[in-house]
Ligand binder design. Structure first.
Ligand SMILES: NC(=O)C1=CN([C@@H]2O[C@H](COP(=O)(O)OP(=O)(O)OC[C@H]3O[C@@H](n4cnc5c(N)ncnc54)[C@H](OP(=O)(O)O)[C@@H]3O)[C@@H](O)[C@H]2O)C=CC1
Ligand SMILES: O=C(O)C1=N[C@H](C(=O)O)C[C@H](O)C1
Length: 271
């Protein structure tokens, strides 16, 4: 039995994870957290997430949750800054960490990597198996098509999403750049005004926000007389949640290190 703690239990992903995990035979939810000051703190986690009672009380501090109930792994989809603090709480207690948050600053990423010297961490901007396959295929398409095609990434998400571009779009752009021998400098995040002809090296990354869109990513390869579009559309958050639970099962007992979904799925890393 793997004992898990879910942070941000009332969030879109937190509540999805709780719904998926609570009926899973080999997983037991032993702790749940929410933001200090949240009205969910002190409530039963199942009720706070609008599910049935769980008999686990929501607390407002991950360290306290881990000290109250021993756990094997924490699954965290709270947001980059909060996740760094949560990774530190796990590192201090030797608890594995699965992090789905996006929008990390370079400093935040470095802090996560420092925690991964003490504990095993799986961090991935997208836990869906389908998206991770799309990332692989995109890398291969870019490698084979080569510089004759102009590459653009388009992402669309719900109106509540805080970070842009999405972590997945950034990962796609980085992987495409690596396949094409380009760098971060070649990524272009917005265009406006008299921009002139498109530089051949450029990889454009564009963002749409609106409504309840769960998450959509398209990579365009624009050639002469033809174009290829590679699209993933998430219509539910369950595939992100199922991927995170898969990562949680995989990470428990691993040596310290910063792992990606590619490691969990047994793919060769693309960048
Ligand atoms: N890797 C992947 O597959 C996916 C990644 N994501 C990423 O996951 C993150 C969360 O997304 P989403 O679920 O939509 O966001 P939500 O805002 O719905 O959920 C985040 C939850 O965390 C809570 N929270 C904030 N601070 C704390 C804290 N200190 N301790 C405990 N809980 C806290 C929030 O509370 P409050 O609202 O009160 O602030 C909220 O309930 C984003 O970075 C998103 O990009 C999302 C989907 C898939
Ligand atoms: O915030 C979201 O909702 C999502 N965020 C992730 C990202 O930034 O790539 C993954 C998914 O598309 C949903």
């Amino acid at each position: 039995m793997i004992r898990i703690v879910i942070t941000g239990i009332t969030g879109r992903m937190g509540s999805t994870l709780l719904r998926l995990a609570r009926d899973t035979a080999d997983l037991r939810v032993v702790g749940a957290t929410e933001r200090p000051g949240s009205s969910a703190v002190g409530l039963d986690a199942g009720l706070a997430a609008r599910l049935g009672a769980l008999e686990v009380q929501v607390v407002d501090d991950l360290g306290r949750a881990l000290d109250q109930a021993p756990a094997d792994v924490v699954i965290d989809f709270t947001g980059a800054e909060v996740s760094v603090g949560h990774a530190k709480a796990c590192a201090a207690r030797g608890v594995a960490f699965v992090c789905g948050s996006t929008g990390f600053s370079p400093e935040g990423q470095a802090e996560l990597a420092a925690c991964a010297k003490a504990i095993p961490i799986v961090a991935a901007p997208n836990m869906s198996v389908g998206v991770n396959l799309v990332i692989r295929v995109a890398a291969e398409l870019a490698r084979v098509l080569g510089p004759g095609f102009d590459v653009e990434v388009l992402e669309a998400h719900h109106r509540m999403k805080k970070d842009a571009p999405s972590g997945t779009a950034l990962r796609l752009a980085e992987v495409l750049a690596s396949s094409l021998g380009r760098t971060q400098e070649d990524l272009t995040f917005s265009r406006h005004g008299q921009i002139g002809a498109r530089p051949a090296q450029e990889i454009g990354v564009q963002t749409l926000r609106g409504g309840d869109v769960v998450g959509e990513h398209t990579v365009y390869f624009f050639g002469e007389g033809e174009r290829i579009e590679l699209t993933h559309r998430a219509t539910s958050r369950d595939q992100f949640g199922l991927g995170a639970l898969r990562a949680a099962r995989w990470v428990v007992g691993r040596p310290p290190g910063l792992y990606d979904m590619a490691d969990v799925l047994g793919f060769q890393r693309t960048s």
